[in-house]
Design a protein around this ligand. Sequence first.
Ligand code: FE
Length: 234
Amino acid sequence: MDDTFVPLTPLSLLYHSPFTPKKTRNMIDNKAIFNISYGLFVLVARQGEKDNACIINVAQQVTSEPLQIAICVNKANLTHDMVLKTLKFNLCPLSEEATMKPFQHFGFQSGREVNKFAECEQEFRTDNGLLYLPKYINSVISCVVTKSIDLGTHTMFIARVMEAKVLTDSPSITYAYYQQHIKPKPMAAAQPSSGGKKKWVCEVCGYVYEGDELPADFICPWCKHPASDFKLLE
Ligand code: FE
């Protein structure tokens, strides 16, 4: 018997189906969702003369003939709008050579406020004219979007691979690797406070604030999350 997996309902039918599943929130254990593994990628776009990039964690090869990948991008990112408009992107898997720097630089600030490539060497471009990083990544994959699916907070882009090259042998990182080896460890960062000052750690990025009191309107300088995302280190 052929045991090839055949989905019961083609995805295209599901997407257009008027059927809306009932909410089963009480049956969903988020820990099970966290057990899905993810990679981490720099997604680069270019619109006019503007280069920009963000960090994404959903990218997957979906077919080999033709060679297609799928990515999901949060609509809040400027890079999302640029990809939607230009239908082109470079996907760069982050490697074990990555430090916290590319996450802070591309993930914790918006291209609407800063030029993320202001200090980047401009010669690292693929044939489509888009940039890629000279370090922290192990490959660059240039794609043309063939389909986009509105998923509410995110858009899924299906894209054809037009060019792909390996840059280093350094393995790609997973989200779990980032958590274990790259993201600053709050307790390691929390050396004994000097002069009786207290310390608060940002639970999103690991930034440590030291002072008498954490201001209620404090914004994390690394990830821009508010004071409510900080925890007092005891
Ligand atoms: Fe933070």
